[in-house]
Design a protein around this ligand. Structure first.
Ligand SMILES: Cc1ncc(COP(=O)(O)OP(=O)(O)O)c(N)n1
Ligand SMILES: Cc1nc(C(=O)O)sc1CCOP(=O)(O)O
Ligand SMILES: [Mg+2]
Length: 218
């Protein structure tokens, strides 16, 4: 039987938008997020990374502004990597990877919050589940320019492989996902798609977010 928390997490994952100031082609991230929300994104992750990423008080200030917009629109606000920031802002959750703080430590210090963990192998997935992960991020599904240290492209096969090994926890695919290939990711048994550039760099953010929503609800 699927429990209530799992069902609630699955409902948040269809169009999981990830963004920071470096992903918006010089546009105001606040506007980009507002347009993405108007288009129907279901979850947001603040990921402030890259050469010109904001740090210190400027990073906190941007995170606060984006969290406020999420709150006003009932979209949960997830912080990437930074547990101190997630705690300071009382975020809805945090996403950590294999090179970040260990998931069991994050679960202990940020209990009852949404915990997402990146996994690339069945062993990592099983450990993440033991540590209390609510969902897994699997990728890169397709080639991506948004992560310098991305692993080899895994294809949608990684999602099918995890499911065939009995991993039933909610899964989101990430890396190079566009409105044109999002349906394949869902067909491979993901509960949603996590997207940076296809939405953040779009010339029509709202329409692109809508296209993702259509593609993931087929
Ligand atoms: C939903 C989701 N899935 C995977 C990642 C990648 O996390 P990580 O491997 O820690 O890499 P960085 O994003 O921290 O560079 C993610 N952020 N979100
Ligand atoms: C943040 C991130 N993590 C990945 C992983 O494979 O874990 S790929 C990735 C970048 C996703 O950006 P885009 O939608 O622009 O390809
Ligand atoms: Mg990380």
């Amino acid at each position: 039987m699927v429990d209530k928390r799992t069902e609630q997490i699955k409902e948040l994952l269809p169009v999981y938008f990830i963004m920071g100031s470096t992903n918006c082609n010089g546009r105001d991230p606040v506007r980009v997020l507002e347009e993405a929300i108007a288009g129907g994104i279901t979850l947001f992750q603040f990921r402030e990374k890259g050469e010109s990423a904001l740090t210190g008080k400027e990073k906190v200030r941007l995170a606060e502004r984006l969290k406020k917009i999420c709150q006003e629109n009932h979209i949960p606000f997830i912080v990437n990597d930074d547990l101190d920031l997630a705690i300071e802002l009382d975020a809805h959750g945090i996403h950590v990877g294999q090179d970040d703080l260990e998931a069991d430590i994050v679960r202990e210090k940020f209990s009852n919050k949404i915990l997402g963990v990146s996994a690339h192998t069945i062993e990592e997935a099983e450990q993440a589940i033991k540590d209390g992960a609510d969902y897994l991020g699997l990728g890169p599904i397709y080639p991506t320019n948004s992560k310098d240290d991305a692993r080899e492209v895994a294809g949608t096969g990684i999602i099918e492989c995890f499911r065939n090994h009995g991993i039933t926890i909610p899964i989101v695919g990430i890396g190079g996902i566009t409105p044109a290939n999002a349906e394949e990711v869902i067909q491979a048994s993901a509960d949603g798609v996590a997207v940076i550039s296809a939405i953040a760099s779009s010339s029509d953010v709202k329409e692109t977010a809508k296209s993702f929503l259509r593609a993931t609800s087929k």
